[in-house]
Write a protein that binds this ligand. Structure first.
Ligand SMILES: NC(=O)c1ccc[n+]([C@@H]2O[C@H](COP(=O)([O-])OP(=O)(O)OC[C@H]3O[C@@H](n4cnc5c(N)ncnc54)[C@H](OP(=O)(O)O)[C@@H]3O)[C@@H](O)[C@H]2O)c1
Length: 255
């Protein structure tokens, strides 16, 4: 199947590691020119080089997506570098470091508001793009009520993000913009959240590893393939969806 992505233009937040990095490489392999960001400069440069190795234009900038001014400046630069935008993938999550009220405010900023700000910047530009798509990376934590204490605010923010994606889909569908969410289950990669859990909380890691019906954690590449398909013209009738990609971790019938 031809995804119809060659020469298209994408912006990805958090493209230096894990799911975001796999999305960058999968898009580049499909011939997509792209811009990415992350906080660490070295990771950004490495991901840009990996994308360019596929023969596409790739640009990167080190910034914190919670910094409104830095985001606005990067968005404007990236859009100019790419000559417009056809796809935006809002991928970043940042674990809170605070406790109590401060943790909830931090989670609101890290897992909801920065996505909303990016969408507000992106929608007008996407509406001038080709078969445009906006996609948010959510999580199955959005529907889980037995979350580890460190994720008490993360799940509710991801649930809000899915609702917001649906609202944007309703509002912008007639103008041709598709908006979707992808909710991964536990995804393992070296240096990622579950690699850290494997070492710091082996009992929790062992329990979580048994949850997926497929009997294993997912990979960033598996999530990236679905994200790239949903962002492509091949998914032209899919909007307002939340695609759960969890290897059968959540055991409900999805009516
Ligand atoms: N891994 C899982 O099991 C899993 C499961 C369900 C959902 N998800 C979701 O999938 C998405 C990606 O998670 P991941 O586990 O693949 O990767 P991750 O380890 O959370 O890193 C994500 C990327 O975002 C960047 N980043 C983090 N905070 C940032 C900030 N404030 N500003 C700019 N860039 C930032 C990181 O680079 P820097 O650190 O250099 O900034 C990295 O490139 C998140 O939305 C997460 O909630 C993950």
């Amino acid at each position: 199947m031809d995804l119809g992505l060659k020469g298209r233009r994408a912006l990805i937040t958090g493209g230096s590691r894990g799911i975001g990095r796999a999305i960058v490489e999968t898009l580049a392999a499909e011939g997509v020119n792209l811009a990415l960001c992350a906080r660490g400069e070295a990771g950004v440069q490495e991901a840009v080089a990996a994308a360019r190795a596929h023969g596409v234009q790739a640009y990167g900038q080190a910034l914190d997506v919670r910094d409104r001014d830095a985001m606005e400046a990067w968005f404007s630069t990236a859009t100019q570098q790419l000559g417009g935008l056809d796809m935006v993938i809002s991928n970043v999550s940042t674990r809170p470091t605070e406790r109590g009220d401060a943790m909830w405010r931090e989670a609101l900023e890290a897992d909801l508001l920065q996505h909303v700000r990016l969408a507000e910047l992106a929608v007008p530009v996407l509406l001038t793009g080709q078969e445009p798509s906006l996609l948010f990376i959510a999580s199955i934590a959005s529907v889980m009520t037995q979350l580890p204490p460190a994720e008490v605010a993360y799940g509710p923010m991801k649930a809000a993000l899915i609702n917001y994606a649906g609202q944007l889909a309703s509002r912008n569908g007639a103008a041709g913009l598709r908006v979707n969410a992808v909710s991964p289950g536990p995804v393992f990669f070296e240096g990622g959240e579950w690699d850290r859990m494997r070492v710091s909380k082996p009992a929790l890691y062992a329990a979580v590893s048994k949850l997926p019906a497929l009997g294993r954690l997912g990979t960033p590449e598996e999530v990236a393939k679905a994200v790239v398909f949903l962002s492509s013209p091949a998914a032209s009738y899919i909007t307002g969806s939340n695609v759960r990609m969890d290897g059968g971790t959540i055991k409900t019938a999805n009516f």
